[in-house]
Ligand binder design. Structure first.
Ligand SMILES: N=C(N)NCCCC(=O)O
Ligand SMILES: [Zn+2]
Ligand SMILES: [Zn+2]
Length: 354
């Protein structure tokens, strides 16, 4: 069948859903062309079907294809940014990395090498997981490409800075401790966002703090709101090369049931999307969306949320490619709101926190 794609500015875009029903044909992310259908991509999406690092429910190995299936309804214009990301730049789906499910060390090497290969021509990479183990090799590749340790925003219910599980160093609960040990993170500019849930002990927080992480808890997002959250993050990160890792379990299980280690009390998908929109102009060098486990999903709730998170990340990268937009102000609805007085009962958050 002919593919009938939208084309603009020399960029091959999604299959035109006004001519080929959006539910027809094999899924790529947002119905975009495969990497082998374009000469060169500015932004590449890739899947990593790997979940050998999980501590609880499995299934994130099926996450990338689930996100692709759930992404068929995405449309080409992002009104929150006034940007058509697939027109600004060439975006393509590179398919899945072939990683060894029986050998975590080898899998990590493969992911790192594939990430380096996919960014060799200057393309930015947005990775669809997979469990959170994969963030370590992706960060290694991002730091190597940036030529320096990178800033990182880590959206997650969990810290993922634990040391070992059953003696294993490379798991989905440990990537960011390894990353700090390896010196690939700029420890002046790293923060968790959306953190919550029980820990093993107070030492978890002490260790995490010693590594340099800031923490914006899920409750902080609730009490201070999206705008203050965005402002604080922008202050901390500045213009540093930034990697964003999104564990979908940062969302409340109501917004993302299809995940391996769910924790009650998470942020909403509306909050997460708005926070990312607030990052307009920040120096994003790479990103991932991980921990989508479709067997635990219902009605594609988690897949849809993850597909929209990736869409905002791709929009940020596509927007930055336009001359003069980098270092820009917060965007869209967040921008409008930042210019407004934030209305809240005076002292409410303080009263509750004290
Ligand atoms: N990275 C994710 N999703 N979870 C980490 C949880 C590790 C634990 O079982 O304590
Ligand atoms: Zn998590
Ligand atoms: Zn995680």
């Amino acid at each position: 069948m002919e593919e009938l794609r939208i084309e603009a500015n020399g960029n091959l875009g999604p299959i035109d859903s006004s001519r080929i029903p959006r539910y027809a044909g094999a899924a790529t992310y947002a119905r975009l062309p495969r990497l082998d259908q374009v000469a060169k991509a500015d932004v590449t999406l890739v899947g990593v079907p790997f979940d050998s690092g999980v501590s609880y429910r499995p299934g994130a190995r099926f996450g990338a294809n689930h996100i692709r299936e759930a992404s068929r309804l995405l449309r080409p214009y992002n009104p929150a940014w006034d940007v058509s990301p697939f027109e600004n730049v060439q975006v393509a789906d590179a398919g899945d990395m072939a990683v060894n499910p029986f050998n975590i060390n080898e899998a990590i090497e493969t992911i790192q090498q594939n990430a380096l290969d996919l960014t060799a021509s200057g393309s930015k990479l947005v990775t669809l997981g997979g469990d959170h183990t994969i963030a370590l090799p992706l960060l290694r590749a991002a730091a190597e490409r940036a030529g320096e340790p990178v800033a990182m925003l880590h959206f997650d219910a969990h810290l993922d800075t634990w040391d070992t599980y059953f003696g294993a160093e490379y798991t989905h609960g440990t990537p960011f401790r390894r990353a700090v040990e390896e010196g690939i993170l700029d420890t002046e500019a790293i923060s968790h966002v959306g953190t919550r849930g029980p820990l093993y002990g107070k030492k978890d927080l002490d260790d995490d703090h010693r590594f340099g992480f800031g923490i914006v808890t899920s409750a902080d997002v609730y009490y201070q709101g999206v705008l203050e959250t965005v402002e604080k993050i922008r202050d901390r990160i500045g213009n540093r090369p930034l990697y964003i890792s999104v564990d979908i379990d940062v969302l409340d299980p109501a917004h993302a049931p299809g995940t391996g280690t769910p924790e009650a009390g998470g942020i909403t998908s509306r909050e997460l999307l708005e926070i990312i929109r607030g990052f307009r102009g920040m120096n994003l060098v790479g990103a991932d969306v991980v921990e989508v486990s479709p067997a635990y999903d219902h009605a594609e709730i988690t897949g849809v949320a993850a597909s929209h998170v990736a869409y905002e990340l791709v929009t940020l990268l596509a927007d930055n490619a336009v001359e003069g937009n980098r270092h820009g102000a917060a965007t869209g609805y967040a921008q409008q709101a930042l210019g407004q007085t934030v209305r809240r009962p005076a002292g409410f958050a303080a009263a509750v926190k004290e």
